[in-house]
Ligand binder design. Structure first.
Ligand code: DAH
Length: 340
């Protein structure tokens, strides 16, 4: 057995191995149990003590060398295979950092609306919806605002072009949710308590407190002996529920053609230790339903009384989240939306 020759052939062989399969064949041939080297080790006992020592040492050295060559080559082949695989879809690089999936969330106006609606539900109010495209009659006339009435100027209106000359009544984008008062009463008998959340539109120049679209929540409670102090009690409770205690409520006399008397409701956030705060903010119009509306829907004379209110959802959201520009709600700027 020529050990030098064996070493030489083995080295040439491993240089030719290009993949795992040919390397394994090489391993079996030169390091396997039946390899020339193994057989040589087995036959060592037949040699003289002196020969056994020198030949044995030599064979051991070669065995070690071939084993190292094998380990290095194996590593090379594996690395190369990974490089090749990187571009392919079944390559999984477990050393890559994690990829967090972000999730969207509800719009701040939706969050606030849901809060307000939930508060009213706790007080036994039902939720009713009405059309955004409304008849002139329900938006104005039925609410004591005839065409020639100066109060119409309180609502800058987006009118809708008639679809034909035959169309009898004019249509518009509702300027408030109040038209649902008469629509609902035409079909329902008291006693009842309802709220009507919905989008409204005004033909308006926009600024930090005016938008051409906004949300209102209309309320209407009618019964045999409902009065303004019932309204005051309910609305104070609702506001407490929405703002969690730290606000004051005040009523101011006001005018709306469909209520008498009419009021405006202001709230003020009470900041701890700040006695000078005079920052009252108007959040709704309200009042006792005008008897002409009951008459219009055919209710029994003098039997029913009720209160109505129209609450601005953006106003509440602006106070709650300390937002100073209403236009932000309708501008899809992710930096704004991400705060909620
Ligand atoms: N609809 C009125 C508006 O948009 C607000 C309002 C005032 C509603 C008084 C009411 C009410 O129900 O009683 O300006």
């Amino acid at each position: 057995m020529n050990l030098e020759q064996l070493e030489q052939i083995a080295k040439e062989g491993i240089a030719l191995a290009q993949d795992a399969q040919s390397l394994e064949q090489w391993r079996i041939q030169y390091l396997g149990r039946k390899s020339a080297l193994s057989l040589f080790f087995n036959s060592l006992s037949k040699l003289s003590l002196q020969e056994r020592k020198t030949q044995g040492e030599k064979a051991n050295k070669i065995h070690k060398l071939l084993k190292n060559l094998y380990i290095i080559k194996k590593d090379e082949i594996e690395k190369g295979a990974n490089e090749l695989n990187k571009g392919s879809s079944n390559f999984l690089d477990i050393t890559q950092p994690g990829d967090k999936k972000t999730q969207g969330h509800l719009h701040p106006l939706t969050l606030v609306s849901r809060d307000i609606i939930a508060s009213f539900e706790k007080m036994g109010f039902s939720i009713i919806e009405g059309p955004e495209i409304e008849k002139e009659y329900y938006n104005f006339d039925a609410l004591n605002i005839p065409a020639d009435h100066p109060a119409r100027e309180m609502w800058d209106t987006l009118w809708i072009k008639p679809t034909s000359k035959k169309q009898k009544s004019k249509t518009l984008l509702r300027t408030h949710t109040s038209p649902m008062q008469v629509r609902f009463m035409e079909k329902n008998q008291p006693p009842f308590r309802i709220i009507v959340p919905g989008r409204c539109f005004r033909y308006e120049a926009t600024d930090s407190s005016h938008e051409i679209q906004f949300y209102q929540i209309e309320g209407l409670m009618v019964g045999e002996d409902i009065n303004l102090s019932n309204f005051k009690a309910i609305i104070s409770e609702i506001i407490k529920d929405i703002f969690k205690d730290n606000v004051s409520v005040r009523f101011r006399p006001s005018f709306f053609p469909f209520v008498s008397p009419g009021v405006e409701v202001d709230i003020r956030q009470e900041l701890k230790g700040d006695k000078s705060n005079n920052n009252w903010l108007e959040i709704m119009g309200a009042g006792m339903v005008h008897p002409a509306l009951f008459k219009r829907v055919g209710y029994e004379n003098n039997r029913w009384q009720g209160f109505a209110f129209g609450l601005g959802v953006e106003r509440i959201a602006m106070i709650k989240y300390k937002i100073d520009d209403i236009r932000l709600f309708f501008n899809p700027d992710i930096r704004f939306l991400e705060q909620f």
